[in-house]
Design a protein around this ligand. Structure first.
Ligand code: FPP
Length: 243
């Protein structure tokens, strides 16, 4: 912990929590047991972020593509999410965490939506950290949806073609008002973005770790932040220009 330089913290960390299924297989368990263990890792990381002073944490909890998984697994994941939202509400309130969400929320099971909206409402005034759950989320869907909404606004006279800039476009994304992620972590040893925060991660530092999400530890997390703090972010400039 004290290896972390408090003056150089990433403001926003995004995580692709991958490897629950493989963890379960490796341990001779059913896939859902992997997700269950994964939810414990989620709790640990949220707590650690709060302790370190991270402002935004965004977790890829369910992708649009995940709807194609076997029905039993989808049901189990939805139940787990509902359980998590209900059981973590107190902790979010005590720890001053604001919950938000990105994705096609309408598509979620009713019971999840209910728990989600309740937690979002009850935590809305908190400002210690913003926890965003990406649910039924797809980066390409988000971009297409933004285009649709811009066209709609344009038809209604709300926006003109020449007004469309990168900044204005970003306001039409689910993540409006949030800073882009500084650091994106993917567990399980896979090296891809899987449709996560495609627009927002243009200049994000990426970290791929060969640890299955349920095994992801606080120590792994601290190591990654320390690694991030040793990187030089140039945003297309030269090193000399930065000094
Ligand atoms: C990827 O592992 C993980 C998911 C599709 C779901 C993520 C869910 C959790 C971490 C638990 C619930 C979430 C919260 C916020 C409580 P995988 O199933 O694709 O693993 P595999 O690639 O090894 O099969």
């Amino acid at each position: 912990m004290n290896r972390i330089n408090k003056d150089k913290l990433p403001r926003h960390i995004a995580i692709i929590m991958d490897g629950n299924g493989r963890w379960a297989t490796k341990n001779g368990l059913r896939r859902i047991a992997g997700h269950r263990k994964g939810a414990e890792a989620v709790r640990k990381v949220i707590r650690k972020c709060r302790e370190i002073g991270i402002e935004y944490l965004t977790l890829y909890a369910f992708s649009v593509e995940n709807w194609s998984r076997p029905e039993g697994e989808i049901k189990a994941l939805m139940s787990l999410l509902e359980e998590f939202l209900t059981s973590e509400l107190r902790e979010m309130l005590v720890n001053d965490i604001r919950l938000t969400t990105i994705g096609d929320i309408d598509a979620l099971y009713e019971k999840v939506k209910k728990a989600l909206y309740e937690a979002i409402e009850k935590t809305s005034v908190n400002d210690g950290m913003t926890l965003t759950l990406a649910l039924s989320y797809g980066g390409r869907d988000e971009i297409v949806e933004a285009v649709r909404r811009i066209l709609q606004d344009s038809k209604e006279g709300g926006i003109e073609e020449k007004e469309i800039t990168k900044e204005i476009f970003a306001d039409y994304l689910y993540t409006t008002g949030m800073p882009d992620p500084d650091l994106l972590i993917r567990t399980s040893g896979e090296y891809r973005l899987s449709n996560f925060l495609l627009w927002q991660s243009a200049y994000t530092e990426l970290y791929f770790i060969d640890v299955l999400w349920p095994d992801f530890s606080e120590e792994n997390f601290v190591d990654i932040i320390v690694d991030y703090q040793h990187r030089e972010r140039r945003f297309g400039l030269t090193s000399d220009q930065l000094t």
